[in-house]
Design a protein around this ligand. Structure first.
Ligand code: GAL
Length: 834
């Protein structure tokens, strides 16, 4: 068996497939699905003889919630989509006769939620927490040389999440076969306890499992360098001698450890994500029985209370975002290319770190982070025993917290991208007298599986509610309240601090409301939020307050902005949810929150996705993107003006103009006339011309840095909508049935200038070996199905997501048309897999 979960990614991301990969194969194809319970007694869906031919045929990963329909009466907090309830998945397969002498496992990377698994009518396992990966042993009830029926029942409880969780087997599923003597599930742990410039000590711990009769076992390990695509390059760089022969009893596990010296190691870092692979060979009585590949990186990670993150001896400020797991219009169903696109867009903004809120991500997310160079804080839970929703993790905590936490750390501890483990987010036990004991207990579980990384958590009451709970973890995470940084640091100068969740600024791409106000509660209309980036809910702020908090307190390790992308659910400030009211300890604040919520519940709110994203749900950049880019990539010459310049109803009226730039000085011109030159002060993060009187034409900013010309931006008044312009993010695709092209349509005037406020309906068609899987426009209030081939532009843009067909190479043509406008076409090339 080769456990190389992270090398078996979907094509389209340039991953290699191991020669022994047949021992761990994708088990995603050809499932049958039904929503609800089949007729008959409880558990009827598991009966091998059940006729499931009429059930829907599909391939995993699958999220039944995203199929909709959206309903106005569903709660916006979880996306107004039907993700809850019972569903069944069945797969019939023939097991080769040779399986009689092998161990056969089913690995499910994630099923939402409360999954139970049967093989041939016998219950063989399951796992309730939808974000955990788990293994089920099929060996005992497998029929080698015959037909077998696998059945999985999902029972996703309503009222169990504060965001859209998705429903179903929404991540990859694998069939794993091994000799009786093999490496246990997630049974390797590679660490680099001593790292010096010219040499690293690589320790490899291997847990062996023996499901056969007693035998003597031995392991040996070799280390190779990996290229950017995860392929081995060149010969072994280090090779251990075989371990001493050790007896493993029948049905027992043993732990073997090896230590290797790696000369001239290249360090892993976001800038240079160099990786290695430890290849561990297991033999029993002279015969090789298993071989496991464990990709890893050589890097040192430390936190200094006075400076923050020290990576490979150098200070690295954390420029991070929080991310929920959904992929917008694709829902929770894992797609590697969709994830990769999110990360590419974030990387271009200057993001170097991600907090996986508030749960373990798909394994492929961590493989991408390793390969692309992101630092990860992996978070386990949004709630412990007290819970935040009636049916959430609070129901599972007592029985499952230890299993879930161990499952997370054991699955992921070899990833160089992971720098810390978070045991929770805004946990309600923060306020309980005995809460700190739970925090200490959870942090201890993490440390018992991995002593090489620190623990953290996101706290919403660090200073105001300080009771010792906060320091049960190693690094204290502040959710908001940057003004409290100095108070905490003064009282605990030895404890590292990070902004685990910051800003929560809200905005809708392309919407601007007047008059512009710095009061953060303003800028709301039509269930949209103004994009002047000054609006935020009560507990939150504009980005600049957080920037100042960091700049004034350089001991803080950096920030994780809430959030990188918009996500399904939690459409604050139009979220009729009481969670945030519950979190208030101050009775006056709670009363205020409850009043707001009562007001909101009187109106019919259409909103179904968040406004927090720096990037919208469709992956289009909001203005804020450039505010962060200016800060995080100061070396990139860049200028971005807002708002757009199409205000026929505002001629002669004050229309403030703001500029985000990496320069330090700029002059603004309206139709060639200077409106003044402004300089950025030490704590100014944007330049503002707040008294500009609108006249149509061209608004231009000329930016300087240290007195020299640096960048320019122009926004122009556009004419009437006349045509469509199409751009594909990638046109060379793999014919693997997974690869995607994200095709953007922009509405332009006849000169090709974008028409910013246009909302023309666009119809997409796809011909050739591809299919239209979803459309979107980033409008948080749209209840149009994501599968609809027709999509109105939202402020000038719409998106079509096109997928290749497996095994069908050729040209795919995407056509966009709209009444009264000239249409457009783009051609994609789907190539056969090598
Ligand atoms: C935080 C919470 C997040 C999200 C955010 C919205 O308090 O941790 O999950 O709800 O607020 O601002």
């Amino acid at each position: 068996m080769r456990l190389i979960p992270h090398l078996l990614l979907a094509a389209g991301v340039g991953m290699s497939v191991s020669a022994h990969a047949a021992d761990r194969v994708s088990f995603n194809a050809d499932w049958r699905f039904m929503k609800g319970e089949p007729a008959g007694a409880a558990g009827a869906g598991a009966a091998p003889g059940l006729d499931d031919k009429a059930w829907r045929k599909l391939d995993l990963p699958h999220d039944f919630g995203i199929e909709g329909p959206f309903k106005q009466e569903y709660e916006g907090e979880t996306g107004k989509l039907p993700w809850w309830g019972v569903a069944w998945y069945r797969k019939t397969f023939t097991a080769p006769a040779g399986d009689a002498v092998r161990q056969v496992y089913l690995d499910i990377d994630g099923a939402m939620s409360h999954a139970t698994v049967w093989l041939n009518g016998e219950q063989v396992g399951g796992w309730p927490y939808g974000y955990s990966s788990f293994r089920v042993d099929l060996s005992k009830h497998l029929k080698p040389g015959a037909e077998n029926v696998l059945a999985v029942r999902i029972d996703n409880p309503p009222d169990s999440s504060r965001w859209y969780p998705g429903g179903g087997i929404y991540r990859n599923v694998w069939l794993v076969k091994a000799a009786p003597l093999h490496v246990a599930h997630n049974g390797t742990f590679v660490t680099t306890p001593i790292v010096k410039a010219g040499e690293a000590t690589v320790d490899v711990q291997v847990t062996l499992e023996n499901s056969g009769g007693a035998t003597a076992a031995q392991v040996s390990t070799a280390i190779y360098a990996l290229d950017a695509a995860g392929r081995r390059t060149g010969p072994a760089l280090a090779q251990s001698s075989p371990s001493a022969l050790t007896k493993v009893g029948a049905g027992r596990q043993i732990l073997l450890a090896q230590s290797l010296q790696l000369a001239q190691p290249k360090f892993w870092s976001p800038a240079k994500p160099q990786r290695y692979v430890a290849v561990t060979t297991v033999s029993g009585e002279g015969k090789v029985t298993d071989e496991v590949e464990t990709p890893f990186g050589v890097r040192t990670v430390a936190f200094e209370a006075g400076r923050g993150l020290i990576l490979n001896g150098e200070h690295v400020p954390i420029q991070g975002v929080c991310m929920h797991h959904d992929l917008g219009a694709l829902g929770a169903a894992l797609n590697v290319r969709a994830l990769e696109r999110q990360l590419e867009i974030l990387r271009d903004m200057g993001v170097n770190a991600i907090r996986t809120t508030h749960n373990p991500p798909a394994p492929e997310m961590l493989e991408l982070a390793d390969r692309m160079g992101f630092l990860i804080v992996e978070e386990a839970f949004d709630a412990w025993r007290l819970g935040k929703k009636k049916n959430d993790y609070g129901r599972l905590y007592d029985e499952w917290h230890e299993k879930d936490l161990r499952a997370m750390v054991k699955r992921d501890r070899n990833h160089p991208s992971i720098i810390m483990w978070s045991i929770g987010n805004e946990i309600r036990e923060q306020g309980e007298p005995e809460g700190w004991k739970m925090a200490a207990h959870l942090a201890d579980i993490v440390r018992s599986e991995d002593r090489t990384r620190l623990t953290t958590a996101g706290f919403n009451h660090v200073v105001s509610g300080y009771n010792g709970f906060q320091t049960a973890v190693d690094v204290v995470g502040f959710n908001y309240k940057p003004w409290e940084y100095p108070t905490f640091h003064k009282s605990a100068p030895h404890i590292p601090v990070i902004g685990s969740e910051t800003a929560s600024t809200v905005s809708s791409r392309g919407e601007y409301f007047f008059p512009v106000s710095d009061d953060k509660s303003k800028g709301l209309a039509n269930f949209q939020v103004s994009s002047y980036d000054l609006s935020a809910p009560r507990w939150a702020s504009a980005p600049e307050l957080e920037f100042k908090g960091l700049d004034d307190n350089p001991f803080v390790a950096g920030e994780f902005v809430w959030t990188g992308f918009d996500y399904l659910g939690e459409p604050t400030p139009y979220n009729a949810d009481s969670t945030n009211a519950l979190n208030f300890t101050d009775p006056a604040a709670r009363a205020r929150a409850e009043k707001e919520l009562a007001e909101l519940s009187k109106v019919k709110v259409p909103s179904r996705s968040s406004y927090f994203g720096i990037v919208d749900l469709a992956g289009f950049k909001k203005d804020r993107y450039y505010l962060y880019q200016a800060r995080w990539r100061p070396e990139l010459p860049m200028a971005h003006l807002l708002p757009h310049w199409n205000w026929p109803e505002r001629v002669g009226q004050v229309t403030p103009v703001h500029l985000y730039t990496s320069g330090d000085e700029a002059e603004l011109f309206l139709n060639g006339k200077s409106l003044g030159r402004k300089q950025r002060g030490a704590r100014d993060y944007r330049l503002r011309w707040d008294d500009v009187v609108y006249q149509p034409g061209a608004l231009k900013a000329v930016v300087y840095k240290q007195g020299k010309p640096w960048a320019e931006d122009t926004v122009q008044t556009a004419g009437k909508a006349a045509r469509l312009a199409l751009t594909a993010d990638r046109s060379a695709l793999q014919a693997d049935g997974k690869d995607l092209s994200f095709v953007t349509v922009a509405i332009t005037d006849k000169e090709g200038r974008p028409v910013p406020r246009s909302s023309n309906a666009v119809r997409f068609t796809v011909s050739g070996p591809g299919e239209l899987v979803a459309t979107d426009n980033g409008d948080a209030t749209s209840l149009v199905s994501f599968q609809s081939p027709e999509r109105a532009a939202f402020n000038g843009l719409a998106l079509a997501i096109v997928r290749t067909r497996a095994g069908q190479a050729g040209a795919i043509t995407v056509t966009a048309s709209s009444d009264g406008l000239a249409g457009a076409k783009v051609t994609l090339n789907s190539k056969a897999q090598p």
